[in-house]
Ligand binder design. Structure first.
Ligand code: R5P
Length: 291
């Protein structure tokens, strides 16, 4: 197997290649003076088992164009197989038509990827795994929740409880709680479709002086996490740890979450940032051992 680390996942790609003990194909990239994207794969990939890794965080559209162009560049070399890992899959939250006249964005992007000739697609903690069913090719959602579980187990937090900020994240909380051998619950969150404002129903919790772990797929504006922290703190919760696979953390989100009372924000390197405490490289490498 030869790993092609896309422009958005250069370090992650190298980490995966090292764990797999595999070759790396360098990619050069730049923008033309008018802003258009240029990419070039510097290695011959004919008849090779190729693993392309390219995340699609901000600016998402540029990362997606880089991805589409890279797929084409690779396919033109006739590899034996092209497997693609998109650690953070942009547009996954537009997984349905919320209002008449809107596109089904995630399906559009998946169809482009499939049409370009990718053989298998892997992602990590996609917002709604069911969207992968739009694809005819093999597609799999991996989870970083096991990494969070191990992280908090090693941290030896006190009498923990794991909380999902909404019902959609309950399976994530369950995975972490199983590793911690702790209980888990979810809040009931609502987001106004027009303003984006978040409300959370009050839920009585047994959190007094206990350490609390809130888990989610994404932290974007931080609104969801802040509401959850406030509810926990109001009821006497101890240390509150905030963990999400994709820490987008727009604008002041990080400082607002800490100001709300979070002890720590733990993210992964699907989106490289100062909150990328854990690496998803072992998770990805595990999938492709022996190829
Ligand atoms: C939505 O349901 C997701 O799972 C996250 O809870 C959401 O994207 C977080 O967004 P924000 O940080 O803007 O509240």
């Amino acid at each position: 197997m030869i790993v092609v680390p896309g422009p958005a996942s250069q370090i992650l790609g190298v980490k995966v290649a090292r764990l797999l003990n595999s070759e790396i194909a360098a990619v050069s990239f730049k923008n033309f003076p008018d802003g258009e994207t240029y990419v070039r794969v510097e290695e011959e990939l004919k008849d090779k088992d190729v693993l392309l890794i390219q995340s699609t965080y901000k600016p998402q559209d540029e990362k997606l164009i880089q991805l589409f162009l890279l797929i084409d560049a690779i396919k033109q070399m006739n590899p034996k197989k092209l497997r693609l890992v998109i650690p953070y899959f942009a547009y996954a939250r537009q997984d349905k038509q919320f209002k008449k006249g809107e596109p089904l964005s995630i399906k559009v992007i998946e169809q482009i990827i499939e049409k370009l000739g990718v053989d298998e697609l892997y992602t990590i903690d996609i917002h709604e795994p069911k969207v992968l069913n739009y694809l005819k090719i093999k597609a799999k959602d991996l989870t970083a929740m096991t990494l969070f579980g191990e992280y908090f187990k090693n941290k030896k937090i006190s009498n923990p409880i794991v909380i999902a900020p909404d019902d959609g994240a309950i399976h994530r909380a369950e995975t972490v709680a199983k590793i911690l051998d702790s209980e888990y619950v979810s809040f009931d969150k609502f987001r106004d479709k027009d303003t984006g404002e978040i409300t959370m129903d009050y839920k009585k919790l047994d959190v007094k002086d206990r350490d609390v772990v809130i888990v989610d797929d994404i932290i974007s504006t931080g609104g969801t996490m802040i509401k959850a922290i406030q509810m926990i703190k109001k009821q006497g919760g101890g240390n509150v740890y905030v963990a999400a696979t994709h820490t987008i953390l727009i604008g002041e989100a990080k400082s607002k979450i800490l100001a709300a009372g979070a002890a720590e924000i733990i993210g992964t390197d699907t989106i490289p940032s100062e909150t990328s405490i854990l690496s998803v490289a072992p998770l990805i490498a595990e999938q492709f051992k022996g190829f």
